[in-house]
Write a protein that binds this ligand. Sequence first.
Ligand SMILES: *[C@@H]1O[C@H](CO)[C@@H](O)[C@H](O)[C@H]1NC(C)=O
Ligand SMILES: *[C@@H]1O[C@H](CO)[C@@H](O)[C@H](O)[C@H]1NC(C)=O
Ligand SMILES: *[C@@H]1O[C@H](CO)[C@@H](O)[C@H](O)[C@H]1NC(C)=O
Ligand SMILES: *[C@@H]1O[C@H](CO)[C@@H](O)[C@H](O)[C@H]1NC(C)=O
Length: 409
Amino acid sequence: MACIDFVFKVSGLTMLFIVGTTSLPTTVPKVFDVQRYGAKGDGKTDNTNAFTNTWEDACTWNGPSKMYIPNGRFYLGAVSFAGPCTAGSISFVIDGTLLAPPNNNDIKKETWINFRYIEYLTVSGSGTLDGQGQMSWSLNDCRKNEFCPKLAINMGFDFVKKSRLEGITSLNSKAGHFNFFSVDHFNITGVNIKAPGDSPNTDGIKIALSSNIRISNTNISTGDDCIAMLSGNNNFDIYNVTCGPGHGISIGSLGKNKDEKNVNGLTVRDTVFIGTTDGIRIKTWESSVSTILVLSYSHLVSNFVYENLQMIDVGTPINIDQKYCPYPPCKNMGDSHIQIQNVTLKNIWGTSKNKVAVKFQCSKSFPCKDVKLIDINLKHNGVDGPAITLCENIKGSATGKMVPSHCMN
Ligand SMILES: *[C@@H]1O[C@H](CO)[C@@H](O)[C@H](O)[C@H]1NC(C)=O
Ligand SMILES: *[C@@H]1O[C@H](CO)[C@@H](O)[C@H](O)[C@H]1NC(C)=O
Ligand SMILES: *[C@@H]1O[C@H](CO)[C@@H](O)[C@H](O)[C@H]1NC(C)=O
Ligand SMILES: *[C@@H]1O[C@H](CO)[C@@H](O)[C@H](O)[C@H]1NC(C)=O
């Protein structure tokens, strides 16, 4: 990146200003401290209005601004921080702990803390979002009850562009930790995500309809997918992530409704999975509409690279599942109409808990194609013998070390 040096001579003295990374001299942002708006970090006071009022002033400030939450425990109800903001950039710095209402009924929104319609937003700090989900997890009976209560996500970003999330910790969310919808050019880095491995539906990072996303240097241990990428995502780069416990890094589930969009361009590299149920996973439902009606449509999942991934005691390290059905009864309506193509799996090693360490269960109507396996080394140490690969409807190639041996056409 270009650096511009400004040299000023002031009454014989030479002053040197070095302006890095941005091409304009940056002005120090105006700080809006929530305490100046009456917020109290005593763990009891309801700070919802104080936070909303702080945001209002920070967002309408006529220059770069920073909303600041200092050390302390700030109890906070559901809040929505909406833009567009007046000036070019706004930062939201959390050094303290934000405490969610323990009772989900006190949130009444899908998301506890929501950012929307903002550009050049940075959410950062050494602080923690404590979703206090422990009380709500037992209410999550969605596997059995379709009218199950919708629990709140810790933090959401909707229609946010050219922005970043850095450094903070998300703890014990009621439902997912972070949700992204229609976000473009967004970097997530140095984030810590924590919830027990048996907390239901606590996805770490869930993203739909978004483009140009980077997720790096992040630890995720939770009760559901570490990262879940849904319909309409393009150009993702995920690296140096630690995932586990959790359900792995997933695409989907996809294929439940016709309005979904393609998922294109994903790299997952230099990542470790520890004790997860799956490592990398693509899950698509069997067609939910009659095959005769849907012959005319299919969606693409394409141009993926999975590279340098370590699996430590992972259930199924590689799992392409086009018959996804997490809970019976499974309707068995027909083949998945998602076409998976151009997927490279390179240098993936470690240990699997299940005998089927590599599973390619592709669609009969839209077989997986152009799948490239390069240097796979996955061991299973069980009484049921060494690891195996399962193949259905897949075309591709294999080169280099191949343990378990492949079964591709
Ligand atoms: C994201 O990170 C990349 C690489 O460091 C950088 O080029 C890009 O400008 C960043 N984007 C944002 C929105 O911060
Ligand atoms: C992730 O965990 C590792 C090992 O415990 C630690 O060194 C690293 O700082 C953690 N990363 C973050 C973003 O907290
Ligand atoms: C990976 O991420 C951790 C934080 O979790 C960081 O300390 C470490 O420097 C990163 N490694 C690389 C190679 O960037
Ligand atoms: C396959 O995917 C890779 C990675 O995204 C991409 O660079 C390459 O151009 C794709 N190949 C084809 C034939 O589309």
